[in-house]
Write a protein that binds this ligand. Structure first.
Ligand code: MN
Length: 288
């Protein structure tokens, strides 16, 4: 099932080039009182939600996919976890280029560990990326994203995929420079997610998906997830040793080689096999 959020927080089922408006299914989500649980309620209740979507789909209103505004498919992730350098060829390109490493300590992922991006940086395809420091080099990073489906703590890699609700495409937009990653990668709109959530049952092997990113029609990044140093299973094992993973937590798995600067007016298209095309416009910086 391909589930999207669109327009003014509508819920959609994506079928080919159409979106079926199944917003009524949101009625299965519980009414909550403060203090709210630290997880995304849509993902936490995905099984009930899917059953309701299936019931509503045959009579749902259909809209052309090209005419809806796609929002981030997970609205309230408790954590946005990301792998810093998780493809061998990207590690080599970062170590070789002072404009990428800025004398920051660059380590193999098993030494460097993971980092977190701010929840407020989350954006959907229709939001675009608004550059905050246009005179600083700012790069695209296309990444496979695993969406956690149920609470996970000290999970073994062999069991890890049972904790995944689905997959989507992420853009980990990055200002190059000496500051901490969590600062350079967390301005508003620097974490793009979409175009929709593809549920895990549709992806046989997250470790063998073609990945590509184009800027203005030119290929910049192209690989498969078989080149990941730590795959989705190993990342869940690693992350769940440090913190409990909750439904809706996102794991950005890292970017392959080919990172390059983006500029206002550019159109990015990020594609991952089975997950769709994420089309994102780069907007000019806001006037101060
Ligand atoms: Mn990244």
């Amino acid at each position: 099932m391909k589930i999207c959020r669109f327009n003014d927080n509508r819920l959609g089922l994506v079928e080919a080039d159409e979106v079926l408006d199944v917003s009524e299914a949101l009625g299965v989500l519980p009414a909550l009182r403060y203090p709210y649980p630290v997880c995304d309620q849509l993902i936490a209740h995905l099984p009930e939600l899917r059953a309701r979507i299936a019931t509503l789909a045959p009579t749902a209103m259909r809209l052309p996919l090209a005419q809806v505004r796609l929002l981030a498919p997970v609205a309230n992730p408790g954590k946005i976890i990301a792998a810093p350098v998780n493809y061998v060829n990207h590690l080599k390109e970062v170590l070789a280029d002072p404009n990428l490493h800025h004398d920051n300590q660059i380590n193999h992922i098993e030494r460097a560990g993971l980092f977190l991006k701010a929840g407020s940086s989350l954006a959907g395809a229709a939001d675009g990326v608004t550059l905050v420091l246009p005179d600083r080099r700012t790069d695209h990073e296309v990444e496979l994203v695993a969406v956690i489906g149920r609470a996970a703590r000290n999970v073994k890699a062999a069991d890890a995929l049972a904790y995944v609700a689905g997959y989507t495409i992420g853009l980990d937009i990055t200002i190059r420079g000496p500051e901490e990653r969590s600062l350079r990668k967390s301005p508003d709109s620097y974490t793009v997610l979409g175009p929709w959530l593809t549920t895990a049952d549709e992806i046989n092997d997250p470790g063998n998906l073609a990945v590509e990113l184009l800027i203005n029609g030119q290929t910049r990044q192209k690989t498969t997830t078989s080149e990941l140093i730590l795959g989705v299973e190993a990342l869940i094992e690693f992350a769940s040793r440090f913190y409990t993973l909750h439904p809706g937590d996102l794991i950005f798995t890292g970017t392959p080689e080919g990172v390059s600067p983006i500029h206002a007016g550019d159109m990015m298209i990020a594609s991952i096999e089975g997950l769709g095309d994420l089309q994102v416009q780069i907007m000019p910086a806001l006037a101060l």
